[in-house]
Design a protein around this ligand. Structure first.
Ligand SMILES: [Fe+2]
Length: 275
């Protein structure tokens, strides 16, 4: 059985430490500069425990106001997510759709011209928003886009389990829906406030099932994002989030601009930019 499916506190922590040590030692994953092993362990392992410690010290609590849910007036700093102005996706000159699907896979990756995408993000004020949130003058930058189709087994798409992104010390993403997303279309889910609520039990960077998450977080905190194509939102994805499965004949396409700090970087298509 996979560790991430076990809801056992001790096993999760030991498994997490073991797997991170193993991947830091064995995998030559892209890390900048010297002391790669230590840097990787710091970002992937140690910082998770430090942030949890900080959470207990700060005693951050989170209260849900029903008007907030109705009006969707979320604030990035406070709730971990914020809607931005809708985007005219017909103006994109940096994205080529790839719908050439292998029946065995549930997703296809679209092709991005990273230089043009960066220019778009800059002209659209995304860089300024990221600079203000991350509080840095430069950072790593990555753009990705994919299409998700209906599939059967849940494990086919791992990002559809609850998880926190952990490739940066600080990290923020701007998402744009490239297709209309309503119920049954594979919407994006987020847990309001979870970018600050970091209890020890969720420190291991595994995927979590809905039943495990719902035991801890209030149902009102869990939101699904619907919207027409062009819907745009900014999210601190160190908070809990997940995709979901499109049903019937629906599919979902999404684009994400990722800004993150720290010595780790994605191998491909990742660049370092001034904000
Ligand atoms: Fe993620």
């Amino acid at each position: 059985m996979r560790i991430f499916l076990l809801d056992k506190f001790f096993i999760r922590h030991v498994g997490f430490i073991y797997l991170e040590l193993k991947s830091s030692l064995l995998l030559k994953l892209p890390t900048k500069g010297k002391f790669k092993l230590l840097k990787r362990l710091y970002v992937r392992l140690l910082i998770n425990y430090l942030e949890s410690f900080k959470y207990y010290i700060s005693k951050d609590t989170f209260k849900i106001d029903q008007n907030l849910i109705k009006e969707k007036n979320f604030q990035l700093e406070k709730h971990g997510i914020q809607f931005l102005k809708n985007i005219d996706i017909n103006k994109f000159d940096f994205l080529k759709y790839n719908t050439d699907r292998n029946p065995k896979t549930a997703t296809t990756q679209n092709i991005i011209d990273i230089n043009k995408a960066e220019l778009f993000a800059k002209n659209n004020n995304f860089h300024n928003l990221a600079r203000d949130y991350l509080n840095v003058k430069n950072c790593n930058f990555y753009v990705a886009s994919h299409n998700t189709y209906p599939y059967e087994e849940d494990e086919r798409v791992k990002t559809n389990f609850w998880h926190r992104d952990r490739d940066g010390i600080r990290l923020v993403k701007i998402f744009v829906y490239l297709s209309d997303v309503g119920p049954d279309c594979g919407g994006h889910f987020y847990i309001l406030g979870s970018h600050k609520i970091k209890p020890l039990r969720f420190v291991p960077q595994f995927r979590y099932k809905d039943t495990v998450i719902q035991k801890y977080f209030n149902k009102n905190q869990i939101i699904e994002i619907y919207g027409k194509k062009g819907t745009c939102f900014m999210e601190d994805t160190t908070g809990f989030h997940r995709g979901s499965k499109p049903l019937k004949n629906n599919s979902r396409s999404i684009l994400s601009f990722t800004y993150f700090t720290g010595p780790l970087y994605y191998d491909e298509n990742c660049t370092f930019i001034n904000l």
